[in-house]
Design a protein around this ligand. Structure first.
Ligand SMILES: [Zn+2]
Length: 228
């Protein structure tokens, strides 16, 4: 378990293995991890995102006891148990691991953070049904570099996410919603009228915490694409 206050977050975003410090006052915990390593037992890893709220990853595996560093090395995917030496990966192993970790860690973590920041509410229409909401990236996360931050995300319902990704819906750097002119001119049923056209000119519903709000620079980049 890693607390939400712990700087492990960054290591998770870009790293491949989680390095889990020996618990200072909990010998039993260390012993159990050593045993799990010996037996190859699956573990559940809980990562805190705010007090009392965790993202759970499973199964994960202890793959190495790094005595010098006083840490257990935890593989976040079963396949990574079979790497030659987790501390000295080959280029291929690292490439594979990075892709795997990104798929398994980045997305759930990103979603949890974004949903938390937006109180599970679509930033465009304020729909609050979790099953119909996505954590949308403003700049697509083509690479690994630090993109699991809420400033590069927004909670959007499925239709507004798809419309945003296809530049049918734009968001100005001042947090105002714009709908593509062709869509505004179209005539169709209530989904088009209420779900899309009525959103034109609305203010974005943004997180209360300033540090969680969408990056204006990222929005400006995307809005230029929308205008184009
Ligand atoms: Zn919506």
């Amino acid at each position: 378990m890693t607390s939400y206050k712990n700087p492990y977050l960054d290591e998770l975003d870009t790293g491949v293995f989680v390095r889990y410090n020996y618990r200072a006052n909990d010998e039993a915990d260390n012993r159990k991890l050593a045993l799990a390593l010996e037996n190859g037992d699956p573990l559940v890893y809980f990562q805190g995102i705010r007090p009392g709220v965790f993202v759970a990853y499973y199964p994960v595996y202890a793959v190495k006891n790094d005595l010098d560093a006083g840490q257990f090395v935890i593989a976040m995917d079963e396949s990574m148990r079979f790497f030659g030496d987790p501390l000295h990966m080959t280029i291929d192993e690292r490439r594979y691991a990075e892709r795997t970790v990104r798929a398994r860690l980045h997305q759930p973590l990103f979603r949890a953070r974004v949903m938390n920041a937006y109180s599970t509410t679509c930033a465009v229409c304020t729909l609050k049904h979790a099953d119909l909401l996505d954590a949308a990236h403003i700049i697509p996360d083509f690479d690994m570099g630090g993109f699991a931050t809420t400033t590069n995300g927004m909670a959007l319902c499925k239709i507004h996410h798809a419309a945003f990704d296809r530049n049918l819906l734009g968001i100005t750097p001042d947090y105002e919603v714009r709908i593509d002119q062709n869509l505004l001119d179209e005539i169709d049923g209530p989904m088009l009228r209420h779900g899309l056209q009525d959103m034109h000119g609305r203010n974005l519903h943004i997180p209360t915490r300033v540090i969680d709000r969408p990056s204006r620079d990222a929005l400006a980049l995307r809005f230029a694409e929308f205008n184009a």
